[in-house]
Design a protein around this ligand. Structure first.
Ligand SMILES: Cc1cc2nc3c(=O)[nH]c(=O)nc-3n(C[C@H](O)[C@H](O)[C@H](O)COP(=O)(O)OP(=O)(O)OC[C@H]3O[C@@H](n4cnc5c(N)ncnc54)[C@H](O)[C@@H]3O)c2cc1C
Length: 192
């Protein structure tokens, strides 16, 4: 039976793709591994999609961002996206542990954010504005407020916090499988 010419074309394309991956992986430095692991590990270090064949090698390695080191602005936008998405998904009734976790996360950010001047400034911001994370609404509005404190210090426009839920939503995830589970119990005795 004669094969479909398109099928033959795709088979040829797959072979070329596998060959490019194997050869390209030789040019990418890898972490120290025991020599036995190196000799047996056949998994390519990167995988390429069909569209990647149209890109330059440098573009493939920096997929999704402009080439060159990450700027303070890119880092800031990515971090605020992470934080506001976290706040949008924060439970209506968080557990004691979840409240503790977000406070710790902010404290860690103020020590380890990879821009020292930003981290130092953020430390002052959260000292003056202690984390409020008693509910989803409280946490997302607190975050909006501290983001505005940073905005003001950089001469940026202040964001209207009543629109924070419209700007930042929960992560798109099938059947809300990404949602954090809170508690249905009412911890009235808790101080925060
Ligand atoms: C913790 C932290 C501290 C930082 N400190 C400094 C610093 O000291 N010096 C410095 O130069 N840079 C700092 N940055 C980076 C800075 O805040 C910006 O991220 C960066 O300048 C890029 O700004 P942008 O205009 O693209 O928007 P961003 O401020 O990054 O905001 C991203 C998007 O969030 C939305 N948004 C804006 N304000 C709010 C808000 N209040 N609530 C909800 N959504 C909002 C807007 O749609 C905006 O486009 C810090 C970032 C973080 C995460």
């Amino acid at each position: 039976m004669s094969e479909n010419p398109l099928q033959l074309l795709f088979q040829g394309f797959s072979k070329v793709s596998a060959c490019i991956q194997t050869n390209l992986s030789h040019f990418i430095p890898r972490r120290e591994e025991p020599s036995s692991a190196l000799s047996t590990n056949k998994t390519p270090l990167i995988t390429l999609s069909a569209a990647d064949h149209l890109r330059q090698p440098g573009e493939i390695l920096n997929k999704g961002k402009s080439s060159g080191p990450t700027t303070k602005e890119e880092l800031g936008r990515a971090t605020w996206t992470f934080l506001h998405t976290l706040a949008a998904q924060y439970p209506e009734k968080p557990t004691r542990q979840q409240k503790k976790d977000v406070k710790e996360l902010m404290a860690i950010l103020s020590r380890m954010y990879p821009c020292k001047e930003c981290a130092d400034h953020f430390k002052e911001v959260i000292r003056a504005n202690p984390v409020q994370a008693g509910s989803q609404d409280e946490f997302s509005h607190w975050l909006c407020h501290v983001h505005n404190v940073v905005n003001r210090s950089l001469g940026k426009l202040v964001f209207p916090c009543e629109r924070v839920d419209a700007r930042w939503g929960k992560l798109e995830c099938e059947q809300r499988a990404c949602d954090l589970q809170g508690t249905t119990m009412d911890f009235k005795s808790e101080s925060q």
